[in-house]
Write a protein that binds this ligand. Structure first.
Ligand SMILES: [Zn+2]
Length: 215
């Protein structure tokens, strides 16, 4: 049984890194963001609640996140373990989580704010077919046009420099107490999030003592 928490700012690649780990070691990827998105898309009661909160311009509060995670973990479909992403959100939750689930390791993907800005602000989206682009890593063939449907690409509404600064501040504020608590328990593994994704995956496996990544 392997029980991991992954932490990293938006754009750090933690979704991709979690998936690579989960595929190989049969772990369940528990992403709080994905769970909420699923509920919104499927029009559940929780989805309606989340929609109302976001329509009012507010953030989903920590208690709601906690109840969703608890319910998800209670499904007990994780025979070989899990990688949890987006939780815990404060020191109290981290304490509870450590004690109840006996976490093996916290993978902390580190990415300097400047690199986050570079990555996030280069994202583009096709409003017509939904295809994602990135002007650094995944450029469209013709500048500013969708490869699939030819529509003009746009920036996501929440990818403005101002919105990103607010998210970065919020991330650091929320993450600091959680990381400090995990550090006191000596479970944190810091991994540099800047190299190519295969190298990052290898670094994660090395520090966790897992078999090598074969790409
Ligand atoms: Zn398109």
């Amino acid at each position: 049984m392997r029980k991991y928490v992954i932490m990293g700012v938006q754009g750090s690649g933690k979704g991709t890194q979690s998936q690579l780990l989960c595929e190989e070691f049969d772990l369940v990827h528990i992403s709080v963001g994905d769970i909420f998105r699923w509920h919104v898309r499927n029009h559940t009661k929780l989805g309606a609640q989340v929609r109302r909160i976001m329509a009012a311009g507010e953030l989903v509060d920590d208690d709601l996140v906690e109840s969703v995670v608890r319910r998800r973990l209670d499904d007990h479909d994780w025979n070989y373990g899990f990688v949890i992403d987006g939780f815990p959100r404060n020191g109290r939750q981290a304490e509870f989580f450590m004690e109840s689930y006996d976490i093996d390791a916290v993978i902390h993907l580190e990415l300097p704010d400047d690199e986050v800005r570079r990555r996030v602000l280069s994202r583009r989206l096709c409003p017509n077919c939904g295809m994602d682009y990135n002007l650094i890593a995944d450029r469209p063939e013709q500048e500013g046009r969708c490869d699939i449907c030819g529509h003009e690409l746009v920036t996501r509404a929440d990818d403005t420099p101002e919105a990103l600064e607010a998210r970065l501040r919020d991330y650091h504020e929320k993450t600091r107490p959680v990381l400090e608590l995990f550090r006191r328990k000596e479970v944190v593994h810091d991994v540099d999030g800047r190299p190519p994704l295969g190298d990052v995956q290898q670094a994660i496996r090395t520090t966790l003592g897992l078999p090598a990544y074969k790409g």
